[in-house]
Design a protein around this ligand. Structure first.
Ligand SMILES: Nc1ncnc2c1ncn2[C@@H]1O[C@H](COP(=O)(O)OP(=O)(O)OP(=O)(O)O)[C@@H](O)[C@H]1O
Length: 319
């Protein structure tokens, strides 16, 4: 006997597993490969898209927003291809990196114009809701020209959210902000992520991602170098080999003492001090003061020499 299932009311279309999905996506400009075979999926919460300048972050965001066609692979928003599909605009909002000049408008006029562009049935109510969400109600009737960088950025977030999309993409949203403005924007994105929106923001600054998102996608030279839990990726970064410049009250004696330390893989004695290679950051930085103390040597300066973001990234790509 077969069983017949009868739906008891209107059935919502099944929600796709991921709000944004990239499958083997590449994008090239002439012979420059900006994005190279990237596969990722994004769901509710805040995700950081971390990478040095020129890594391909803007190109990725523009493909997700449907502004740019992938040269190869698929970009899906709510299960549908993003390119040449105006329906994706219902699902996402983009706050781009470059700030268009709207300084002659008030914040209210700017957000309302965005609501009208989306042809929302009640544009005033939608604009009011978005302005309240970013806490700009008090200053909405001032001209944007009089706003601080942080206030302008929040107003742009309101314009991008006016149609209440599930996904918000932000390209370097903290650029040029002072610490207080940055904190305010972080709180806003954090609460939107906690409320169930899918937020993706790009950054080339490790600390921004650390403070805001548990999940990161690390992109280097167009490729996805690492992906997942921030703490796990951070551990990968700190557990890599490090080079330090050390100077002390007796560099030669310190060099001898350091050679006996297991985490040290090489020591060079130079006029300016010692160059010390260590297998991992934590073990070496804990051992060094103890070794110096035990030998009666005073440390004057300890500097990691390859801490640039690029060196961290290139390590991640190689590992
Ligand atoms: N329209 C274009 N024509 C040619 N090359 C481009 C174009 N747009 C981007 N590129 C190149 O593609 C690569 C990735 O650029 P993209 O702007 O996506 O990186 P990004 O990570 O956003 O960097 P940034 O933060 O500096 O903008 C770079 O090498 C860039 O020079």
């Amino acid at each position: 006997m077969s069983t017949v299932h009868v739906a008891s009311g209107p059935v919502a279309p099944p929600r796709p597993a991921a709000d944004i999905e990239l499958r083997g996506v590449s994008r090239w400009y002439g012979n420059v490969v900006a994005v190279n075979d990237v596969t990722m999926s994004l769901t509710a919460g805040v995700t950081g898209l971390l990478g040095p300048n020129g890594a391909g972050k803007t190109t990725l965001l523009h493909m997700m927003a449907g502004f740019l066609a992938p040269s190869r692979g698929e970009v899906l928003v709510a299960g549908a291809p993003a390119w040449r599909n105006p329906a994706v605009y219902r699902h996402l909002g983009l706050v781009s990196e470059r700030e268009a000049v709207h300084s002659f408008l008030t914040g209210w006029e700017f957000v309302l114009a965005s609501a009208r562009l989306h042809r929302l049935p009640q544009p005033e109510a939608a604009a009011r809701r978005a302005i309240d969400l970013v806490e700009m109600a008090d200053t909405q009737h001032r001209r944007i020209a009089t706003y601080s960088k942080g206030m302008r950025q929040r107003t742009r977030v309101a314009a991008a959210l006016v149609h209440d999309p599930q996904v918000l993409l932000l390209d370097e949203p903290f650029n040029g902000m002072d610490p207080r403005q940055r904190m305010h924007m972080m709180d806003l994105l954090h609460s939107m992520g906690a409320a169930g929106r899918t937020i993706l923001f790009s950054s080339h600054i490790l600390e921004e991602v650390e403070q805001l998102s548990g999940t990161v996608q690390v992109i280097v030279a167009g490729r996805l170098a690492a992906s997942g839990d921030y703490r796990r990726i951070r551990r990968l970064m700190t557990n890599r080999p490090h080079v330090f410049t050390v100077s002390s009250s007796d560099d030669r004696a310190l060099a001898v003492a350091l050679m006996a330390e297991a985490s040290v893989t090489g020591v060079e004695l130079e006029a300016a001090g010692l160059t010390v290679r260590a297998a991992d950051y934590g073990t070496f930085t804990r051992a060094l003061p103890k070794i110096a103390h035990a030998s009666g040597i005073r440390l004057r300066r300890v500097l990691p020499t390859d801490e640039s973001l690029e060196s961290v990234f290139s390590y991640l790509v190689a590992s």
